[in-house]
Design a protein around this ligand. Structure first.
Ligand SMILES: [Zn+2]
Length: 289
């Protein structure tokens, strides 16, 4: 593990603690992690921090911490949703969880469900979980662990805060950050030519365009999260706010799907000039301009 990743992971752990202390920890969380064991550990850490009754959370000495760390806390549920012969996270398992979620906690004032292998949830299962993510009982927290957030529906992603334990691919350069800022401003600008001028930085460089499109998708996703009422510091906070405040959820969803299409065409080795023309046209069209 490089220092950079370690620092990022440490940062996420401290983010969890401070948000639990402030009492604004989100009721829906997605843990993205290549290694499901690490993902589960992080999910357990969140659950432990949530139930801890000590001051210095997680204190490791209160009875809730002891039970949580011994994997025997009666209000922390962990499941891979497998029922019978199915290898998938079944919709039946989610329905059971939904029913159970409305029963008040046993000992803690919170109830936490860790749903492992979110990548095994099909669309039906995800829609079932979405229903309760939209209006969870006040004491309920869901932590979905998945190999990649791309396995989840946009509607689900708009209801959860993503904690990504993925490594280097998440880091970005100053040049990329600058391009993301420029793209967002140009997209919202009334100046027709702004976007065309901005996309000039991608000339002859499809891979740079791709990395910026990936980051833009993150901004759009975060803007949707913000629209559904979560307030936190996003990696591109200013850009996320601009998108959230100026565009409808429908337009943002449209932008995400355009970015995905553009990324796919880069992966298919499309012509750079055509890509830039399409980027300007499709992005503006997505927001109805
Ligand atoms: Zn404790």
């Amino acid at each position: 593990m490089t220092n950079e990743i370690q620092t990022k992971t440490e940062l996420m752990y401290s983010q969890v603690v401070s948000s639990v202390k402030q009492g604004n920890f989100p009721h829906g969380v997605l843990v993205e992690c290549q290694n499901t064991v690490d993902g589960e550990d992080f999910a357990r850490f969140i659950a432990n921090t949530l139930v801890c009754t000590g001051d210095n959370k997680p204190c490791s000495v209160c009875s809730d911490c002891i039970k949580a760390q011994g994997k025997g806390h009666p209000d922390i549920f962990i499941t891979d949703g497998i029922k019978g012969k199915s290898k998938n996270f079944t919709v039946d398992a989610i329905r059971e969880i939904r029913d159970d979620a409305f029963v008040v906690p046993n000992e803690s004032d919170k109830k936490i469900y860790i749903l492992k292998n979110g990548h095994n949830m099909n669309e039906q299962a995800q829609n079932a979980i979405l229903k309760i993510l939209e209006e969870p009982p006040s004491y309920v927290y869901f932590i979905i662990v998945t190999e990649s957030k791309s396995t989840m529906l946009e509607t689900v992603l708009s209801r959860v805060q993503v904690f990504s334990l993925l490594g280097n691919e998440d880091a970005f350069t100053d040049k990329e950050a600058q391009a993301v800022g420029g793209m967002v401003k140009a997209l919202l600008s009334v100046n027709e030519l702004a976007l065309m001028e901005q996309t000039a930085v991608f000339q002859k460089n499809n891979q740079f365009a791709k990395s910026v499109l990936v980051l833009l998708t993150e901004v759009f996703r975060d803007a949707l999260v913000k629209k559904s009422g979560f307030t936190r510091n996003f990696r591109f906070n200013d850009e996320t706010n601009l998108i959230c405040n100026n565009l409808t959820a429908k337009a943002i969803l449209q932008l995400i799907s355009i970015c995905n299409e553009l990324i796919e065409s880069i992966d298919r080795n499309c012509n750079n000039n055509l890509l830039l023309v399409r980027m300007c046209y499709e992005l503006k069209r997505a927001i109805g301009r």
